[in-house]
Design a protein around this ligand. Structure first.
Ligand SMILES: Nc1ncnc2c1ncn2[C@@H]1O[C@H](COP(=O)(O)OP(=O)(O)OP(=O)(O)O)[C@@H](O)[C@H]1O
Ligand SMILES: Nc1nc2c(ncn2[C@@H]2O[C@H](COP(=O)(O)O)[C@@H](O)[C@H]2O)c(=O)[nH]1
Length: 391
């Protein structure tokens, strides 16, 4: 059952940001209208200030709905401002928040949100943290079972632990000896995983060798959040789903030097029953066909000699590393002051900060350039440029 809309929200067709007493009682701080919907954001976060709960008002039916919310949401702050962007996105700027919690995108009508709405038959919104510059692009590594993906990834993690982070998948298969829950996989009951898939918590999932495997949105975000480049070890079906998602990644397919060598490695690993080995070898034939010929992968590596394959992998990763465009050092320390005003001109958002708020003597203008935003739910939004000017 929907609630009646507060009067101040009705009849407005553009962005409106409200910082008044009334609306604080309602718990909202901003309301942004897109088409026939109004997205109200706010809520009491207790002693820590305002939270960022979302409510959706449908002007056609005069009702409020609590949407299903995906993504990690911002932590409470001293309030926020909302700016309508193009393509069903709202930029949320958190006031007096840590730089890490200050710039967010609330997606309300993007392809990801539309897909989830269709799946769930309900209102859906998604939070996506906005990153300055391009940020590291995730890497998807696929290849038949036993080819050496895990071995290559482990070497990379050991050599560069601060640059790369592993996306810990969920699986319904039983743990092997020495495999730890939460490190190698999140070992999960099938019914639990199926529910989480229905609830839209997975970026991709697939039935692989008779078990369910999947990458949760949280697994990828946990790596991006600590500024590392996320490595996904997933099968070809999963790679195809990721390619179809908005997660912009580099796709690498690892091949064995021969089918005989693949079988030898799988047997020598000694982790599978004969029945499982046969199943994995059968599936390997299809994976090799698809992997090599589908055009899905950006790079193909042959894992013959381990050291030389590892060297080539590192070369590939260095070549398409887009992180050398470092975020503007000024913004790394930027805190949106309580007192500010915002205006938007095309793809530029001008934030006029109150006198002395940024530590200087004169008011200062901060400009956010949203013209090169990319990515977004189910992961981070990258490509924000920021610069400051004296006004
Ligand atoms: N270049 C190589 N030469 C010889 N043996 C290798 C090479 N690379 C990996 N191996 C060995 O092959 C076996 C399978 O490797 P690994 O477990 O890394 O495969 P995987 O692709 O991750 O398999 P799965 O998809 O089943 O997880 C391991 O015993 C590993 O030590
Ligand atoms: N689609 C996905 N495939 C995954 C994921 N995690 C692992 N895998 C693939 O499964 C097979 C078998 O793995 P094993 O650990 O049982 O040997 C292998 O090809 C992995 O790449 C995932 O999240 N999604």
């Amino acid at each position: 059952m929907g609630e009646e809309a507060p009067e101040y929200l009705l009849g407005k067709s553009e962005i409106f940001t409200i910082f008044g007493h009334d609306q604080q009682q309602q718990g909202y701080q901003t309301a942004t209208a897109i088409g026939t919907k109004i997205y109200a954001v706010g809520g009491s976060g207790g002693a820590s200030g305002f939270s960022t709960e979302v409510k959706v008002f449908d002007k056609l039916t005069d009702t409020w709905a609590d949407p299903v919310v995906f993504g990690t949401k911002p932590v409470s702050s001293k309030g926020h401002s909302a700016i309508l962007l193009e393509n069903g996105r709202i930029l949320i700027l958190q006031r007096e928040s840590s730089p890490d919690n200050s710039i967010w995108i609330l997606e309300v009508d993007t392809p990801f949100v539309r897909q989830k709405k269709k799946l769930l038959g309900r209102e859906v919104v998604t939070w996506s943290k906005c990153l300055l510059g391009n940020g590291p692009k995730p890497v998807v590594i696929s290849g038949p079972s036993g080819v050496g993906k895990g071995t290559l990834i482990l070497k990379l993690m050991k050599e560069c632990p601060s640059a790369f982070g592993f996306s810990v998948s969920h699986t319904t298969r039983a743990p092997r000896e020495k495999e730890e829950n939460g490190i190698h996989y999140h070992f999960t009951e099938r019914s639990r995983m199926e529910k989480d898939i229905r609830d839209g918590k997975f970026l991709e999932f697939a039935l692989v060798h008779g078990n369910l495997y999947g990458t949760s949105i949280e697994a990828v975000e946990a790596v991006s959040d600590v500024g590392k480049r996320c490595i996904l070890d997933i099968d070809v079906q999963g790679a195809r789903s990721v390619r179809a998602s908005s997660l912009e990644a580099t796709f690498i397919f690892v091949c064995p030097p021969s089918f005989e060598e693949l079988e030898k490695r799988l047997r020598a690993r000694g982790t599978e029953s004969e029945e499982q080995i046969q199943k994995r070898l059968r599936n390997a034939k299809t994976e090799l066909e698809h992997g090599k010929s589908s055009g899905l992968f950006d790079h193909i590596l042959v894992n013959d000699d381990l050291d030389s394959c590892y060297r080539k992998l590192k070369e590939l990763l260095a070549l398409d590393d887009n992180t050398n465009i470092s975020p503007q050092s000024f913004m790394q320390n930027f805190i949106l002051p309580i007192s500010h005003s915002i205006s938007k001109l095309g793809n530029k958002i001008m934030i006029q900060c109150g006198s002395n708020e940024l530590g200087g003597s004169s008011p200062r203008m901060v400009v956010l350039d949203v013209s090169s935003l990319k990515g977004g739910a189910p992961s981070r939004t990258r490509g924000l440029s920021v610069y400051a000017t004296e006004s």
